[in-house]
Design a protein around this ligand. Structure first.
Ligand SMILES: Cc1cc2nc3c(=O)[nH]c(=O)nc-3n(C[C@H](O)[C@H](O)[C@H](O)COP(=O)(O)O)c2cc1C
Length: 364
């Protein structure tokens, strides 16, 4: 396991090991303000030796950035003061944090009738291919969203966070621009090509870079799969993937967080390289892998009730040894057990826990 416990340094970021807490929405922040219980929950992960904590998705300053009133915002005096308490607690325990900046785009709240005060914002008013609810954002709204991400990034830096992550995955706003199934725009943010549809994100990355300066790490999370379609691939060949991710790195992305449901799955035929492995090879920047680390089942099937049992880390180590990725994000295993990383380091594998959906109900 030693390779997973090598320190990692990038720009100002100094991590004690290669483990990252994956962003996990918990909806325990009433009125959009993180509570003392949420701060203690993150502190426990830092005490449990997580290298970098990526926060749950937190909303940028747009009225329809979020679809749930219990998800925290990353703007406003009270909201930012509460986030500062999270940061102080994590720092006191030797950890580092990056907020995950989020705009849900066209993804409506599915579990209640709650809706934001203004209409959901999206590239073309499509919740999924073929399902239209309005005409999509004006160019002015697009510019305001870009500005909101830049402003939130500036807050993150000013408060003392170690990095920011832009949520560009899973079918939310940024990903809705990437995907031709939800981006039918005819202005400069629409295009038949993936690099063309990545222009929105490239403009955002450049604005974020101006806001945070050259030395502050910008992470972007991307995925081929969408919650609207688990099988879709934005890039169907390595060449398309290279064109996409180099558009992002050229615009200022430092680290790419490659979301897969199962980290070991090959991305393209003819090679066993994962999504993260391909991105590292093609973009030449540090990458984060994620997806069922330490568990037998992925989080989508796990979410529908299947059990996720403890699984071996041998394949993770094998891929790390061949330099397929730099960092490893862990979601449910860390949601279940704040001491997961420490237990792995100490070889206490017999004490690792299965993931039980009951863990979602509390902030353990
Ligand atoms: C309860 C829950 C909440 C999540 N919230 C987010 C989120 O806010 N942002 C995000 O990018 N991914 C989110 N994800 C996805 C996780 O970050 C991660 O990619 C996924 O759980 C796979 O990792 P795992 O198999 O180790 O759990 C969430 C997953 C779960 C289970």
């Amino acid at each position: 396991m030693d390779i997973l416990f090598q320190p990692f340094a990038f720009k100002g970021l100094q991590l004690r090991n290669r483990f990252v807490m994956a962003p996990l929405t918990r909806s325990f922040s009433p009125g959009g303000v993180v509570t003392a219980q949420v701060a203690a929950y993150y502190r426990r992960r830092a005490e449990g030796e997580v290298g970098l904590i990526i926060s749950e998705g937190t909303g940028v300053a747009r009225p329809a950035a979020l679809n749930d009133p219990n998800v925290p915002r990353f703007h406003g005096e009270r909201e930012l003061a509460a986030w500062k308490r999270v940061l102080d607690e994590v720092h006191a325990a030797g950890g580092a944090v990056a907020p995950q900046l989020w705009h849900v785009g066209a993804v409506h709240n599915r579990s209640s009738n709650w809706a934001p005060a203004t209409p959901y914002e999206s590239p073309s008013g499509l919740t999924r291919p073929g399902r239209k609810f309005d005409e999509g954002m004006s160019e002015e709204q697009v510019a305001d969203v870009i500005e909101a991400f830049a402003q939130a990034s500036a807050y993150a830096k000013a408060l003392g966070f170690e990095a920011v992550e832009l949520h560009g995955a899973h079918g939310y706003l940024i990903d809705q621009f990437f995907w031709d199934g939800t981006n039918e725009r005819s202005d400069r943010y629409g295009s038949p090509t993936l690099p063309g549809r990545a222009r929105f994100t490239a403009d955002m990355l450049r604005a974020v870079r101006v806001a945070v300066g050259p030395d502050f790490p910008i992470i972007i999370r991307i995925s081929q799969w969408k919650q609207q379609d688990y099988q879709v691939k934005l890039a169907t060949t390595p060449d398309e993937l290279e064109a996409w991710v180099t558009t992002l790195t050229d615009a200022g992305a430092d680290i790419i967080h490659c979301s897969q449901r199962r980290f070991w799955e090959p991305e393209f035929n003819g090679s066993d390289l994962s999504f993260a492995g391909w991105v590292k090879k093609l973009a030449g920047v540090p990458v984060i892998t994620v997806g069922s680390v330490g568990l037998t089942n992925d989080f989508i099937s796990g979410g529908s009730g299947e059990a996720a049992k403890v699984a071996s880390l041998d394949e993770l180590v094998r891929r790390m040894e061949r330099d397929e990725f730099d960092l490893v994000a862990v979601g449910r295993a860390l949601l279940q057990d704040p001491h997961w990383v420490r237990k792995v380091r100490e070889g206490r594998t017999g004490e690792l826990q299965d993931f039980d959906r009951a863990a979602l109900a509390t902030l353990t």
